[in-house]
Structure formats: structure tokens, C-alpha cells
Write a protein that binds this ligand. Structure first.
Ligand code: AMP
Length: 143
């Protein structure tokens, strides 16, 4: 693991331990880690297909296409509507990670990237992620 990644994992792990220690006394003061934070910390198993300093790529547990993976930033941004100017580089890197994954997997026939923002758009996990679908014809419009 790189320096930055291990520091990031350490601070995530530290926050999680801190939350556990204080549970009961200051319940609800520390936010519950998201499902994806737990996967990043290896607290919940997942098929991690690629890892960079900033992100992981995992197999979706309920695939909607022959290839369905999620590109997830290690930094917790709940959803794209809550991203900030300072996240610009990270957001760009997530797209480049999708591209790198597609190239590695030889998805030369095409792939689709989707971000669900908010409940009405189908967002179920409040931790920004990009869906990558491939391996079948996609319909349009997508809804
Ligand atoms: P969204 O509905 O856009 O928030 O996407 C969340 C995605 O996470 C869904 O496609 C789920 O199937 C997927 N998901 C939920 N739990 C897991 C898990 N434990 N491992 C991998 N993917 C998951």
C-alpha cells in the first residue's frame, strides 16, 4: 500500500475505532461509516478488482450487466451534489480509473458510466460511486 493510501486507511480506521470506543456514551455523534468505507477498510468483504491511491473498483453485488463494477473514492463524498471545487482533481481521477479499468478489461465494444444522485435517481448508498456497465447492448434513454 502506498504512503497516502495507508495514511488514509489509518485515519479511517482510527475514526471507526474512536466511534466504537465512544459508543454508548456519545451515541450518534460519530457518523456511521458507509458500507463502502467498511469495504475500503476490509471490514466487509467485496471483490476488489483494482485499487489506486484514491479509489477502489469493486464488483457490484447485484450485477445489472455481464460487467458491472463500482468506482468508489476512498474519500467520503456522499453524492456528486455535495462535491466541492477542491474535489475536482479526485473526480477527474475517478473517470480516469474507469477508463483504466475498461482498457485493462478490453471493453473495446463500449461501456456506460452512471452516477445516481439522490433517492429519486436510485441512489441507495450515500457514498459517491460511478457504476460501469458493459458486456451487453445498452438501451436509450437509460430510464
Ligand atoms: P446506488 O443505488 O447507485 O447507490 O448503487 C449502489 C450499488 O451498490 C448497487 O448497485 C448495489 O447492488 C451495490 N452494492 C450494495 N451492497 C454491496 C456490496 N456489499 N458489495 C458490492 N456492491 C454492493
Amino acid at each position: 500500500m502506498t504512503d497516502i493510501a495507508s495514511k488514509m486507511s489509518y485515519s479511517l480506521a482510527h475514526a471507526f475505532r474512536h466511534r466504537k470506543k465512544r459508543k454508548g456514551i456519545t451515541k450518534n455523534l460519530m457518523p456511521e461509516p458507509t458500507l463502502f468505507q467498511k469495504i475500503i477498510l476490509r471490514e466487509i468483504p467485496a471483490e476488489i478488482l483494482l485499487e489506486t491511491e484514491e479509489a477502489i473498483v469493486i464488483k457490484d453485488i447485484h450485477p445489472q450487466a455481464p460487467v458491472h463494477v463500482l468506482i468508489i473514492p476512498k474519500k467520503l463524498i456522499p453524492r456528486i451534489s455535495e462535491s466541492r471545487e477542491e474535489d475536482a482533481l479526485l473526480l477527474g481521477k475517478l473517470l480516469l480509473t474507469a477508463k483504466a479499468f475498461a482498457e485493462r478489461e478490453n471493453l473495446s465494444n463500449g461501456y456506460r458510466l452512471v452516477i445516481n444522485n439522490g433517492r429519486m435517481a436510485g441512489e441507495t448508498v450515500p457514498h459517491l460511486h460511478i457504476h460501469l456497465f458493459a458486456g451487453r447492448h445498452m438501451t436509450w434513454p437509460p430510464c
